[in-house]
Design a protein around this ligand. Structure first.
Ligand code: ADP
Ligand code: MG
Length: 251
């Protein structure tokens, strides 16, 4: 079966000597929900940006290393890739740029060439999905962090991607905000790759986790197994989540 997403020996440096990604390889199958975990600076955000072709400096003469539904992410394939991969940025203020919630969520569907009626349908549908019906005319920058995060998610979902790449979707949210995002992501059937420090989320939502450190994959497996391996967690500046307190690896 063709992987929804495949990364093969991906290397990337920002140009100051050290490499941010040092030979990353993994696959994500259609419909899987995979957690991408690792300490600060591991390369999680850099990896997610590659899924959407947002770091084009990599293309100079190097063979493609990222494949979406078997198609390489290259300059030529970018429009198709960006249609398929919905990327939720780390910081909502990098994603929200229209004055109202409606305008912001409508931006993607309009870019896709949908007519006004279709755009309205899409916006209503995704706002309902993220529980923001009635927020259409609100100023996006005046919303709470949780609401802003959900506006961003609505904007991504409005383009009907087949893969969601999420960069720390619950960071800086209060417990209720985290719960809302988790419930939302848990209801989806889309292929999801979630970079997160929220290890509870990884246990609750993900079928598999990939541990990244120093730009390399250092472990991969079922969340309960990987995250209850205390020496592994400690070695990579992570910790066994409380919900696994009584679990032992492999047991
Ligand atoms: P993570 O998301 O896991 O915290 P990042 O992908 O943000 O990790 O960072 C990986 C490495 O790349 C770090 O060493 C970081 O300092 C570096 N880096 C990230 N963004 C930039 C940038 N825009 N310019 C230069 N270096 C960067
Ligand atoms: Mg990051």
């Amino acid at each position: 079966m063709t992987a929804a997403l495949e990364v093969r020996d991906l290397h990337f440096g920002y140009g100051q000597g050290s490499e941010a990604l040092r030979g990353i390889s993994f696959r994500v199958e259609p419909g899987e929900c995979v957690g991408l975990i690792g300490p600060n600076g591991a390369g999680k955000s850099t990896l997610l940006l590659h899924l959407n072709g947002l770091l084009p400096e990599r293309w100079d003469g190097q063979p493609p290393a990222v494949f979406i539904d078997g198609e390489p992410v290259t300059e030529k394939n970018l429009p198709g890739v960006r249609r398929k991969v919905g990327l939720l940025f780390h910081d909502p203020t990098d994603q929200i740029f229209c004055p109202t919630v409606f305008e912001d969520v409508a931006f993607g569907p309009r870019q896709l060439g949908l007519n006004q009626w279709q755009v309205q349908q899409r916006v209503s549908k995704v706002l309902a999905q993220v529980e923001l019906t009635g927020f259409e005319q609100r100023a996006a920058h005046q919303l709470s962090s949780g609401e802003q995060r959900r506006v961003c998610l609505a904007g991504v979902l409005a383009c009907e991607p087949s893969i969601l790449a999420l960069d720390e979707p619950t960071h800086s949210l209060d417990p209720h905000g985290r719960w809302q995002i988790k419930a939302l992501l848990g209801r989806m059937k889309l292929t999801r790759l979630i970079a997160t420090h929220d290890l509870e989320l990884a246990v609750q939502l993900c079928t598999r986790v990939i541990v990244l450190d120093g730009g390399q994959v250092v472990a991969e497996g079922p969340p309960a197994e990987v995250l209850s391996d205390e020496p592994l967690m400690l070695a990579h500046r992570l910790e066994k989540p409380h919900i696994l307190a009584h679990r032992h690896p492999h047991g």
